[in-house]
Every structure is written in structure tokens, then in C-alpha cells.
Design a protein around this ligand. Structure first.
Ligand code: AHR
Length: 513
């Protein structure tokens, strides 16, 4: 069968928010401590305790937004613990991620708000803070916003100045808790709606004191329809929830999606394809959340944030700080998630892969004296040209593979068809950028890409992972193997480009139109 990717320039979907290429950095295992923050350890170059090898890799990705401090960690975190002279900061055990148990040290609070803001500044990235709803209170959340953003003369702004930051940090994104249906308080949707209302009421109130009303508030949603609908319905009963209303409370609704099939490096063919099928559920999660918003907050422009997503293999457990091998298979699944998010540029306002360093489907891995990129990092690097460009409707005509019972926590149903080629495209300043993956594990594909333009020049074409086995994973010594190779597609000049996509590969084509 012919494989075709058609890029419909006459059908723009919307601007791809650069924040779709964001990350989550949690106080969990070796993500913050070890991966980002090493303090006085002189085995790697640092600036203010932050390791520069990690920073340099993340800078190359143009990392747009970082979510912090969790994750589940956030709903048992008190931000004032992480301020002031480090030796005087309280050591605490956080309820999550076994801190304080066995060999996992307690939270030292060495990395707090100022260190996080410094990291964001070094990366040129937007901070996205998750406030403590489960074990905190609205006052604590508003104080944090005042500490970070207020530019007047108060006790908290003086405290900020004492900690080295005269100028406000201007943090725009504020998540009202994390997974509040689970670790973040085990609320019912109706209970969370009431918590959300309280927190958002005060944060919005603070926002009004600020002349620019710049806070964007994120509500915790769920991949199930029932949570989102019950939460939104209950909230709508009490208040106006969307932008443009009298007292709007919500700017974004978030969902999380993790998936796995088989183990990190050992999987059958069936499990290989099942993982890809599961990754493709992220797009469906977004569609479901968008439908719920359409029903309960029609006419608003509340965005959808997938603020945790990625592969979570059975090898990543509490006791190893959720570390797993990072393979080519994982990276291919990330490419297909990013294609799905690009395709939904009209509703998706942010996404954060979990997590930045060392934990789960990380982008960077470290040991004591070096840092290296994972295969998934290379996908983010190849896709970064989509950031801020206009997504174009992209129609893929490819063979599919039937996968049995992809089941998840809310469905165990039968068969799912995984398209063996996924793609997305965007346009900016006379250039169309197309990314596509041949997900077939064993067979190469010739792919015909058509772009609506009768004069197309090929700028540049690159391929990732050609010829690499799907179970190959990154280590300190082999990271070079995952870097892109230049390829030479056949350009017919009339809008048709024919490209050979090796088995299990991801390609990026830049075209002048
Ligand atoms: O990313 C790991 C954990 O997964 C996060 O802390 C939590 O929000 C989710 O369950």
C-alpha cells in the first residue's frame, strides 16, 4: 500500500503553543537533586549549585515551560521551607516518593523557589508552579503568588529582596493542586470543585490587585469523562468558570496520561505496537476534555494542558526513584504524541513530558560527572521548529496495525488500529515543517508527502533512529547513536516530496513554499 501524507495549507488548525514542548521537574528521585541541583559538588561545572551540563542540553531544546515542584510532591510541599540560608532550611520528609524511607534522603529544601526561578532564567523558560491544595490552604498559595509576582512594598516582597530578587519573578502559570482525585487530597470531583473555587477565588483576587491580571489558573482534570464533567458541572453551579465572564476562575484544564506495554527493554511485537496504541490515547484524552468544556463552559477559550505524559514502565518504581531505560520505542511513542498535540493546536495550550531529568521518560540522564540526551530528547530537538508555528491539517493515509485490548483504567475494550505512519505539519514565514514517523518495527516505507504549493524547495531533511533496534536505550557512552542523520528525499518541485522512512524512524522535512 502507498503511504501518503497530505499537508493542507488551506486548513490551518491554530498556532502551536510553544508550551506544548514543556516538561515536569519534580522533587522525585534524581530529577531535581542530582539531575539539576548538585549544590557544592565540584564534579561538574555549576552556577549557583545548578549543573551546567543539564542546563546546556535543555537550552538547546528552547525549553519553553517547566512545571514544578510536582507532581504528587506539590500537595505536601510548603514553599516557605525552601527559602533563606540553606543550612537553616528545615529538613522534612515528603509524603510521596519515599523521601525519608530506606536509602532515600529526606527533603533538604536546598532547591526552593529562588533556585527554581534561577533555573528558569538560565533556560529562558516560563515557570509553572503547582500549589499545595491537598495539605495546604489558599492563604499559603496567595502568599506564594505575592512573593513571586508582587512589585509593591510588603513583608513578602522584602523577603524576596532579602533572598536576592528585588524584581518580581512574574510567574504566569499556577496549577491549583496536582492529581487531586488521588495523591493531591483524594477529593471527589464536587469536593475538588469547591477547593478549586476557594483557591482560584483568592488567587484571582490577588491577580486583580496586580495591574496586569496576568495569572493563568490551571484546574486539575482527569482522563475520564466523568471526573471532568462532574467537576465542571459543580463548579458551573457556583461560579462563572471561563474567560470573558464576570468573575472567571479557570484558564486551563489539565489531564495526565502515562502508558506502558511490556517492560522497558523487553517487549514482544504485540507489546511494541500496544505501547504505540496507548500513546495515541493522549489525543483522545484531549478530545474528551474539550467536549466536556464545550458542554459546561461553552464559548470560553479555556485551554487543555497535558501537564504529565509519557511512558511509565514497570521497572520505574518507588525504590529506584522511577528510573527506567529510555529506548527508541519510547521516543517513537513521544513523536506520535507530539504529532497528536500539534494536530490539536486549537485547544492544547501546554504539555509537560514527565520528567525532565533521570525520572520516567526523561529528556536528559546524568551520573555524577556527565549528562547526556535520551532518544526522546532527539525527538524534542527535531520537533522544536513546530513551536509557535501554525499547525496545518495533515491527513495520513497509511497501513494500520490491529492491536488487541489496549485497555486502560476506564476501558478494556477490544481492538484498536494503530496507524503505522503518524505525521504533523506547521507553517511559518514561508516554510512548511513536516515531521513523520514510520512506526513499523521491521519494514521501511516510502512516504509521499504532498504540500499544497506548486513550487516547493527542500531546505533540509533529517532522520532519527534509522536502522536502530527499538529496544536500544541511551547510556553515557552511546548517546551519539541517536543523533539525526541528513537524508535526501526526492523533491518533484510541484509540492510532492518522496522520502524513504526506515523501519522505526522519525523524520523532519523543512520545505520552502
Ligand atoms: O510523574 C510521577 C508522578 O505521576 C507524579 O508525581 C504524579 O502527579 C503522577 O501520578
Amino acid at each position: 500500500m502507498q503511504t501518503e501524507v497530505h499537508v493542507a495549507r488551506h486548513d490551518p488548525v491554530g498556532r502551536i503553543d510553544p508550551n506544548v514542548y514543556g516538561q515536569l521537574s519534580e522533587h522525585l528521585g534524581r530529577c531535581i537533586y542530582g539531575g539539576i541541583w548538585v549544590g557544592d559538588d565540584d564534579r561538574v561545572p555549576t552556577e549557583d549549585g545548578i549543573r551546567m551540563d543539564t542546563v546546556e542540553l535543555l537550552r538547546d531544546l528552547n525549553t519553553p515551560v517547566l512545571r514544578w515542584p510536582g507532581g504528587c510532591f506539590a500537595d505536601d510541599y510548603h514553599w516557605t521551607d525552601g527559602l533563606g540560608p540553606r543550612e537553616a532550611r528545615p529538613r522534612r520528609r515528603n509524603m510521596w516518593w519515599t523521601q525519608g524511607r530506606d536509602n532515600v534522603p529526606e527533603e533538604s529544601n536546598a532547591f526552593g523557589t529562588e533556585e527554581f526561578m534561577h533555573l528558569c532564567e538560565m533556560l529562558g523558560t516560563e515557570p509553572y508552579l503547582a500549589v499545595n491544595v491537598g495539605a495546604g490552604n489558599p492563604d499559603e498559595a496567595v502568599d506564594w503568588a505575592e512573593y513571586c509576582n508582587y512589585d509593591g512594598d510588603t513583608e513578602l516582597t522584602r523577603l524576596r529582596a532579602d533572598n536576592g530578587s528585588e524584581e518580581p519573578h512574574n510567574a504566569t502559570y499556577w496549577g491549583i493542586g496536582n492529581e487531586n482525585w488521588g495523591c493531591g487530597g483524594r477529593f471527589s470531583p464536587e469536593e475538588y470543585a469547591e477547593q478549586f473555587r476557594r483557591y482560584a477565588n483568592y488567587l484571582r483576587g490577588f491577580d486583580r490587585v496586580m495591574a496586569d491580571e496576568s495569572l493563568e489558573l490551571v484546574a486539575c482534570g482527569h482522563i475520564t469523562d466523568s471526573w471532568n464533567r462532574r467537576f465542571l458541572e459543580h463548579l458551573a453551579e457556583c461560579v462563572s468558570i471561563g474567560q470573558g465572564t464576570v468573575y472567571n476562575l479557570m484558564d486551563h484544564l489539565s489531564v495526565h496520561r502515562y502508558h506502558h506495554a511490556g517492560s522497558d527493554t523487553e517487549f514482544t511485537d504485540d507489546q511494541y505496537y500496544r505501547l504505540l496504541a496507548r500513546a495515541q490515547q493522549v489525543g483522545e484524552d484531549v478530545d474528551r476534555a474539550a467536549e466536556a468544556l464545550e458542554l459546561f463552559a461553552p464559548g470560553t477559550d479555556i485551554g487543555i494542558i497535558v501537564d504529565e505524559w509519557g511512558v511509565w514502565h514497570p521497572e520505574a518504581v518507588f525504590d529506584n526513584g522511577l528510573e527506567q531505560a529510555n529506548t527508541v520505542r519510547d521516543a517513537l511513542s513521544a513523536a506520535s504524541v507530539l504529532d497528536d498535540l500539534n494536530e490539536r493546536a486549537d485547544v492544547v495550550t501546554m504539555a509537560n513530558i514527565a520528567q525532565t531529568v533521570n525520572v520516567l521518560q526523561c529528556l536528559v540522564q546524568t551520573d555524577e560527572d556527565s549528562a547526556w540526551p535520551t532518544p526522546t530528547y532527539q525527538v524534542f530537538d527535531l520537533y522544536k521548529r513546530h513551536m509557535g508555528a501554525t499547525a496545518l491539517r495533515t491527513v495520513v493515509d497509511s497501513e494500520v496495525r490491529a492491536v488487541k485490548s489496549i485497555g486502560n483504567e476506564f476501558s478494556t475494550d477490544g481492538e484498536h488500529e494503530v496507524p503505522l505512519v503518524t505525521a504533523s505539519a506547521s507553517e511559518r514565514d514561508g516554510r512548511v515543517y513536516v515531521t513523520l514517523s514510520n512506526l513499523h518495527r521491521d519494514d521501511a516505507r516510502e512516504v509521499t508527502v504532498t504540500v499544497e504549493s506548486d513550487d516547493v524547495k527542500l531546505d533540509d531533511a533529517q532522520a532519527l533512529f534509522g536502522g536502530l533496534p527499538a529496544d536500544l536505550y541511551s547510556t553515557e557512552t552511546n548517546a551519539e547513536r541517536f543523533t539525526p542523520e541528513r537524508i535526501e528525499p526526492e523533491n518533484h518541485g510541484d509540492g510532492t516530496v518522496v522520502v524513504d522512512a526506515p523501519a522505526g524512524s522519525t523524520l523532519g522535512l523543512s520545505l520552502q513554499v
